[in-house]
Design a protein around this ligand. Sequence first.
Ligand code: 9WN
Length: 476
Amino acid sequence: MADHREDLLQARIREVLDANWTGTHTVPSRTLYPHQWSWDAAFISIGLARIAPDRAWRDLRSLFLAQWPDGRVPHIVFDPGVAERDYFPGPTFWAAPARAGAAATAGPAGTTGPATTSGPATTSGTAASAPGPRAPTAAEIRSGSPTTGSTGIVQPPVHALGAWEVYRRTPDETGAAQLRWLYPRLVAQQDYLSGARDVGGGGLASIVHPWESGLDNSPAWDTALAAVPVVADLLRRHRRRDNQVGLVDHRPTDDDYARYLALAAAYRDGDYQDTHLADRHLFLVECPAFNALRGVAELALARIAEVVGGDPTGHRTRAAAITRALVDRLYDARTGMFHALDVRTGRLSPARCVNGLVPLVLPDLPGRQVTELVATLRSSRFGLTSTSAVPSYDRTAADFDPVRYWRGPVWLNMNWLLWRGLRSHGRDELAATLRGTLLDLVRRSGCHEYFHADTGAGIGAPAFSWTAALTLDLLG
Ligand code: 9WN
């Protein structure tokens, strides 16, 4: 019986991932998100590692072919075959390639086979100083940029973890060659975040837009976002598409959307430069999940460095520094969890959101924070039980909304990270409970984008890639 149920689930998952595969990359959803998204690609690779490692590598490579010369990995890589009207804001709004100086001369995105790199290194990071593989030059990164365009903002750096997981499942020579190609690019991505984006100067990266967190309308941004005026005219000039495909009640509000457009336009109009951001940009926030994932990436890079001949010690040192900075800057002992820091005001957001639990994924998190985070996870605020997974926001908050996107619903990727965190801290029983709850949820409601926080009903896009992929990983 159990086997039959697992077979059905596996078959459904494969259908979703196959249907969302374009030939060069996987889209998050055919209906809502028709391009390639950055952290989605990383989560998707972790599932594909189990059934189609070749596709997992192609997904990661196709994303990194759009990496900018300064090391940033764009949050969306636009597919030239998709009409502009099918996603907003699209390539015309972002106008990114020209601004990035990314000359468009490359072959098709997603080509397989290791690239050769030669010539002097140009980044200041670990790879450049390591005896093994070096960082690609700006020209090399540029020559890999696709003609299609991208956005100029980023998303959480889950990719080194993705690459390591794919290799770990199939540790063959093809995988090692893929790691050799990716390693310097992953290092350049980390260098960008720890350099240009350390606006607060305390060792944590700032996001310049809520979309960079991946948790678009989380209450974690409410106080910082209040500083951004709502320019209604922006929404009159640009028509939202997301709330025509998805339900209006489930998506961010118009006010939020107007602010998102204003922030994206301001960053674009500053040519996507990160200099003097503190003086001119209205949204600068240190997100606990984003930064915890930077730490996880350093630990994955240490493992990758061992395969490709890099310097693992440097990565471990950087990971430890990120964990320390997280605890020093973003932890609040009164709430027993991490909070987003508004760099402009120096204040922590009072909202208790799932991103404040994600640092549990750091294996070197001190015991005190682990104990307190686990207590918070089990409290009525997040209520992890055998029938209820972890919601995206504090269930007891007055503005908790079980259907509105990142303001209440359950998301598979966040729960998957917490599951990994629990296991890495020896909380095996609780991890097993969470795993069982998540598998039941997907069996019952399908591979939806997110789930009603009270009923578990599937909402958002119905055939969502990372839900499928991470469920596959949970199945083991
Ligand atoms: C904006 C693709 C992305 C995810 C994000 C999720 C949502 C986009 C949107 O979809 O964001 O980037 O249009 O709402 O919030 O985490 O990467 O799945």
